[in-house]
Design a binder for this molecule. Structure first.
Ligand SMILES: [Zn+2]
Length: 182
């Protein structure tokens, strides 16, 4: 498996060098991305690939079901670095249809190792007893909108996010298309 990655990387390097021999020496000089993007870990939704963005354009944080949690030190550090140090101009929360994290949040039981995180995902969603008819994809959509709201209420955003727009988008696995939700 690892060999497959190494081979893929060789092809990537050759392609980039063909287009621009100085590509990697410029990349080494530093990053100046304009976008901070929060996405799900799902292997099918890789943000750079589905948007055709080359390296250097997006500072990306990923976790299961793209949660913008104030209590998550990893997310908080990423958001802080993106806003204060990189001075990104735009924040995007990207969810997707067919999200396993969202589906797990609607299940009664998950493995104990997952429970803490899935509980957070569950807390992001409407009460199933109040709205039992929402489909998983409708929940994915509501989850994105909830994370956009949370992100804007995050203390780091309140302190360093002045003028930085926060958008929510949904990646439709069944068509490959992105839908702007905000
Ligand atoms: Zn997902």
């Amino acid at each position: 498996m690892t060999e497959k990655l190494i081979r893929g990387n060789e092809e990537f390097v050759n392609r980039m060098l063909q287009e621009d021999p100085d590509y990697f020496s410029r990349l080494r000089q530093g990053q100046n991305p304009e976008i901070f993007l929060l996405a799900c870990c799902d292997s099918r939704v890789s943000p750079s690939i589905i948007t055709g963005m080359p390296p250097g354009n997006m500072f990306v944080h990923r976790n299961i079901a793209n949660q913008a949690l104030e209590t998550d030190p990893a997310f908080t550090a990423s958001l802080h670095f993106a806003l204060k140090n990189l001075k990104v101009k735009q924040i995007i929360v990207k969810g997707h249809t067919g999200c396993g994290g969202i589906a797990a949040a609607r299940e009664e039981k998950v493995d104990p190792e997952m429970e803490g995180w899935i509980r957070e995902v569950r807390n992001s969603l409407p009460d199933p007893e109040a709205q039992p008819d929402l489909t998983p994809d409708e929940l994915s959509r509501l989850n994105v909108l909830h994370q956009v709201k949370r992100l804007k209420e995050h203390p780091v955003y309140r302190e360093h996010g002045w003028g930085v727009k926060v958008d929510g988008i949904l990646f439709h696995l069944e068509s490959g298309r992105l839908e702007l939700l905000t």
